[in-house]
Design a protein around this ligand. Sequence first.
Ligand SMILES: Cc1cc2nc3c(=O)[nH]c(=O)nc-3n(C[C@H](O)[C@H](O)[C@H](O)COP(=O)(O)OP(=O)(O)OC[C@H]3O[C@@H](n4cnc5c(N)ncnc54)[C@H](O)[C@@H]3O)c2cc1C
Length: 466
Amino acid sequence: MSTRAGSKAPSAPPVFSLAAELTRLLGPRKVLSNLSERLNYRYDAIAFGETPLCVVLPDSTADVVIAVKAARAAGMPIVGRGAASGLSGGAAPTEPGLVISFTRMTQLSIDPVLREAIAQAGVITLSVTEAAKPFGLIYPPDPASFRTSTIGGNLAENAGGPLCFKYGVTGDYVQGLEFVDADGEVHSLTRDAYDLAGLLIGSEGTLGLITQATLRLTTPPQFTRTLMAHFAEVGQCAEAVSAAIAAGAVPSKLEFMDRACTNAIEDYLHLGLPREAEALLLVDTDGNDLETVEEERALVEAACRNAGGTVRRAESDAEAAQLWQARRSVSPALGRIRPQRMNEDIVVPRSVLPEVVREIRALGDASGLHLVQFGHIGDGNLHPNILFDPRTESLEAVHELAHEVARVAIRHGGVLSGEHGIGSMKLAFMREAVDAGTLAALWRVKHALDPHGALNPGKVLPAEEA
Ligand SMILES: Cc1cc2nc3c(=O)[nH]c(=O)nc-3n(C[C@H](O)[C@H](O)[C@H](O)COP(=O)(O)OP(=O)(O)OC[C@H]3O[C@@H](n4cnc5c(N)ncnc54)[C@H](O)[C@@H]3O)c2cc1C
């Protein structure tokens, strides 16, 4: 079966006909048709795609319905887009069509009694916690991009972040959602059987367009303690993590950076981090009972020392804030080393972390390319990044190294993506990571919800085999 079975071929010059029709239906303020404007909607934070034929900026779910129905009538593919901070090419169109950019759908309300937020798709992630704060509540999912990413994009990718080791990922906080399907019908879902909302979460815009979500809020912990440990070898850091968790510690954050990351941050921010360390671990323990919080920190500290690490406790909130500033600055700091990067997002069982970080390190050293590692190591979620300059370094070699890294994860029982999604960037590895029967089942789900193959084509699933 073709992925685009049933699509209609456009009968008039496509840019003109779709944009003109949408301008007539929605008014000129909500439709972008000039090339100079459309060019801004062909990429995300990692990949370039095709220039859309038309861009719609809806204010409401009703606008989304109109746009979807018009695109369907014109036989055009539809790509949903939030802040385009994605790291898998998800929002970059693979073929010319309609982009629906949710950045104007920013209505947000907090219900302190029900402890929930109702957020339209374009609400910025950080705004949810900021709006909840006056009521003594927080929204825990904290992707490092939380100052720019949108709730729609977070749901579509099931975004995680440092706090997610203890508190869970985006999907754990979604109580319900509204979405527009491929035919322009609106559905309001809760998490009851069948949990169709759960299917939409993490579906990367390929099964429906999320227009609104009801998000669970919680109270912040009263106490937090922070420590930094550094190690002479990357595997020691992973051993410390496994040992600390096996000993019963449940830190709220467990973040790892290798020597290249630490040095990039030092060059950028001059925070006094140990440049000579091969691996750095940043840890928070938190809760409402100070004794338990400090006990947990002591467990982590002992595991780090036993693994050969050197430990520094943050003695003040300011010192803790500075250490976490280091972690949040990894991406901009790496951007100063090479203009482009290939970003991996593998997840492996914690028990194999030491071997995995060592193997990836060895692959990087042998390749002659600039490979760095960091990530949410408590979840086994690592971000090996290949930094490169396409003018002087071979793209083929970069792709081959990325593939080798993916193979390390698969060989150790891991998966390709923990939080950034498959998008277009990891499609090439899907057949090795997912067996043919499972891929066929995923295609059946895709066909059931998107029978015309109109929603974000060319993402997540490799083409069906004849
Ligand atoms: C510096 C940096 C740090 C990052 N750190 C993290 C991190 O710690 N954790 C993490 O999980 N991610 C992280 N990311 C990746 C990215 O921020 C997340 O994937 C985020 O959830 C994407 O949100 P967005 O609004 O930018 O979505 P976009 O990039 O615009 O879109 C992402 C995907 O969602 C789809 N989509 C967008 N909106 C909708 C909608 N309303 N309905 C249906 N589909 C939609 C798109 O089609 C696309 O497939 C980071 C990115 C950067 C640049």
